[in-house]
Write a protein that binds this ligand. Structure first.
Ligand SMILES: Nc1ncnc2c1ncn2[C@@H]1O[C@H](COP(=O)(O)OP(=O)(O)OP(=O)(O)O)[C@@H](O)[C@H]1O
Ligand SMILES: [Mg+2]
Length: 413
């Protein structure tokens, strides 16, 4: 990364050059506004570090010029004499940050990391937006229906914040993919995404799995172990099947969320927690509260941003695009050669009620792919894979209102 330093004080200049090299950048430095003007064209920096007071001019003016020529350039303003006016002017010129001399290398590193994070995020968001327009995709989520477009909007908004999200939706409706997509679009994308299924582990072990334990804290704890919270540090922790967590542990989780600190099992040290929490359940949380499976106080903490995913039956418009998306994915895993669908095959998929939602669709597409002999997937192959009784007759298909499948709610993988 090319960094232009505009600074007349030799010592500061040399110090900056060193720090930038240490950070993997390519520095070029000048001492006057005139030289800086020349370097903008010839060196073409991506980042400028400018001192405000130069012998022949003003660093902020240089920054303005640089950004007028190329708005993607970033500027950091440094000065020996801090003043509110200077700071405001620097921000107006589009400076990314404003630092006071003397600079410490660590300070610069922090700013550079933040810059890198922002760039990465911007590129990612751009790619994803382009993807969405082209193919009806946001991250790994596919869909063009109105219901999914609304979900995409919410996800984009939610991704910008740090608030906890509670995702509800029937089994196979895409809760985990949605959680990953939120993470990918967020500032935390460069940090870990850790998924933990509260229903898949014995209640006695969950606490130590989540919060970690110190050596010797219980029989069998031979070594210190980091919990999922610590593994997810700086990133996102996805707690699936949250209602399967015992009531006692729900209290502990609530405390961690409130205090933003945790203690390993058997530990005395308080550890700071910087983790974005996304939780999910395929039950109705209100029912779970009524049945005593979910503590109400925890629910309010987790549900700052509710995200409720529609069943596949509620958005039949998405079925063809999802089916084609899965066919392509499967083509990469299986022998190549099945290149598409006969239209009637896709019609049939749309006439089924999909109690297992998108997961079931994916499985059916996979089986249809494997069963196909020719180049396109034929309706007979699809029909043989779907329970006959569940197919709507072709004539009523279009008119049939989206159905809510009661049975889907409690279904497991
Ligand atoms: N909108 C979508 N676009 C693309 N793939 C999807 C979408 N929704 C779900 N899937 C795929 O369907 C499968 C099931 O999704 P996922 O595991 O996210 O469901 P879930 O809601 O977490 O289910 P469960 O409640 O059973 O855990 C995965 O293979 C996932 O990639
Ligand atoms: Mg899941």
């Amino acid at each position: 990364m090319k960094v232009l330093i505009v600074e007349d004080d030799m010592a500061t200049r040399k110090g900056l050059e060193e720090s930038i090299k240490d950070l993997g950048g390519e520095p070029f430095s000048v001492g006057t506004a005139k030289e800086a003007g020349k370097a903008l064209g010839e060196f073409d920096p991506r980042i400028l570090i400018v001192d405000i007071h130069l012998p022949d001019g003003d660093g902020i003016e240089i920054l303005k010029l640089a950004r007028e020529a190329d708005p993607d350039r970033e500027g950091i303003v440094i000065t020996g004499q801090g003043s509110i006016d200077n700071a405001i002017e620097a921000l107006r010129a589009g400076a990314f940050d404003y630092l006071l001399k003397p600079l410490r290398p660590a300070q610069l590193e922090v700013v550079f990391n933040r810059l890198a994070d922002r760039r990465r995020l911007e590129t990612e968001v751009e790619t994803l937006r382009a993807e969405l327009q082209e193919t009806g995709r946001l991250g790994d989520l596919v869909g063009r229906s109105e219901a999914m477009s609304r979900i995409f909007d919410v996800i984009r908004r939610v991704a910008r914040s740090n608030a906890p999200v509670l995702i509800t939706g029937a089994s196979g409706s895409g809760k985990e993919v949605a959680a990953r997509t939120i993470h990918r679009l967020s500032r935390r994308a460069g940090k870990p995404f850790v998924a933990f299924n509260c229903g898949a582990i014995s209640p006695t072990l969950i606490e130590s799995e989540l919060f970690g334990h110190e050596r010797g804290s219980f029989t069998g704890a031979e070594k210190r172990r980091l919990g999922y919270f610590e593994e997810a540090m700086g990133g996102t922790l996805f707690l699936d099947e949250i209602t399967e967590m015992g009531a006692e542990l729900q209290v502990k989780l609530l405390r961690v969320l409130e205090d933003k600190t945790l203690r390993r099992v058997g530990g005395s040290q308080e550890l700071k927690v910087d983790v974005r929490l996304i939780s999910a359940t395929n039950r109705d949380p209100k029912d779970a509260i009524r049945e005593g499976k979910l503590r109400e106080d925890l629910y309010y903490r987790l549900n700052v941003f509710p995200l409720s995913l529609p069943t596949l039956a509620e958005r039949p418009d998405d079925i063809p695009i999802l089916a084609e998306y899965f066919r392509k994915l499967i083509e990469e895993q299986e022998r190549a050669g099945v290149i598409g669908w006969e239209p009637r095959g896709l019609d049939l998929l749309q006439s089924y009620s999909w109690p297992g939602n998108v997961r079931e669709l994916r499985n059916v597409v996979h089986r249809a792919y494997v069963m196909t002999e020719g180049k396109t997937i034929r309706p007979e192959v699809v029909e043989a894979l779907l329970p006959r009784a569940e197919l709507k007759p072709a004539a009523t298909r279009k008119k049939a209102a989206p159905r809510k499948e009661k049975a889907a709610a409690g279904r497991r993988k």
